[in-house]
Design a protein around this ligand. Structure first.
Ligand code: ADP
Ligand code: ADP
Length: 226
């Protein structure tokens, strides 16, 4: 079963913006997949639909074989999402941001704390776990978003422009962390408008432009044909 199957996906916002005009995508379990395209291409909308943040206009979306329309709660339980904006409660201590997220997925506080401890150590945030999250640097806030997205051990992690505005040294650390969890079995989809980021990390890539997939291939073939 593919991790993600998208067939003929359309999204028109209330504003009239036709963000997606018939997208088809298949992403296999274990893949590290890039959705590359310029600003306004439809990347955020695509992952918004996958993660139930955006309602599609029409089309079929399946995650690990289950239909988003009929099994939405289950699909949500399989996905961790790292949006672009820092949308956690800035007035909560770092570890509470992660632990409370576990509560949304029905985890006990004990289980969520144990998972949070592990993730905060892995992501270099252990010393900051009691700090107010608004006091973190931008790069640390980004890593807190990643810890929060992983608390319920999702099989699919989706990141929207994860390193936008992040300096190069921090970017390398994040890349390394993502590569490790992918090796450990988590399917990853990231959006980016840097080919270099996709090239460093991803095995397969789709290029999206003006709401349509214009290329869908593996990274090696793409680079060979540039
Ligand atoms: P990307 O992530 O590739 O930059 P988006 O999916 O954010 O692209 O945007 C695709 C198109 O949809 C753009 O024309 C954008 O202006 C429009 N759009 C995105 N979000 C909204 C929204 N909430 N309301 C109206 N239009 C939107
Ligand atoms: P900035 O202030 O530029 O936003 P941070 O203060 O968040 O950066 O980052 C501090 C340090 O943490 C950086 O030197 C970076 O290399 C390191 N770092 C980045 N990502 C990770 C990671 N996943 N695990 C451990 N350390 C990391």
């Amino acid at each position: 079963t593919p991790a993600v199957e998208i067939h003929n996906l359309f999204k028109t916002y209330d504003s009239g913006a036709e963000a997606l005009k018939g997208i088809d995508l298949v992403i296999q379990p274990g893949d590290f997949f890039a959705l590359l395209g310029p600003n306004g291409a439809g990347k955020s909308t695509t992952i918004g639909v996958l993660s139930s943040l955006v309602n599609k206009s029409r089309g079929v979306v399946r995650v690990f074989g289950r239909d988003l329309d009929t099994d939405r709660a289950w699909v949500k339980s399989q996905i961790g999402i790292v949006p672009q904006e820092f949308n956690f409660n800035q007035f909560e201590p770092v570890e509470e941001v992660v632990i409370n997220q576990g509560g949304f997925y029905g985890m006990t506080r004990k289980a969520a704390r144990s998972r949070s401890d592990h993730l905060l150590k892995e992501l270099g945030l252990w010393e900051k776990r009691k700090s107010m999250s608004r006091q973190l640097s931008g790069g640390m806030k980004r890593r807190l978003m990643i810890a929060r997205a992983l608390v319920h051990e999702p099989r699919l992690l989706i990141l929207d422009e994860p390193t936008a505005g992040v300096d190069i040294e921090l970017r390398r650390g994040m890349w390394q962390f993502l590569t490790e969890i992918n090796k450990a079995g988590t399917t990853i989809i990231l959006t980016t408008h840097y080919l270099e980021e996709a090239e460093q990390l991803c095995r397969n890539i789709a290029i999206i432009n003006e709401g349509r997939i214009i290329e869908n291939t593996n990274m090696r073939d793409l680079l060979d044909n540039l």
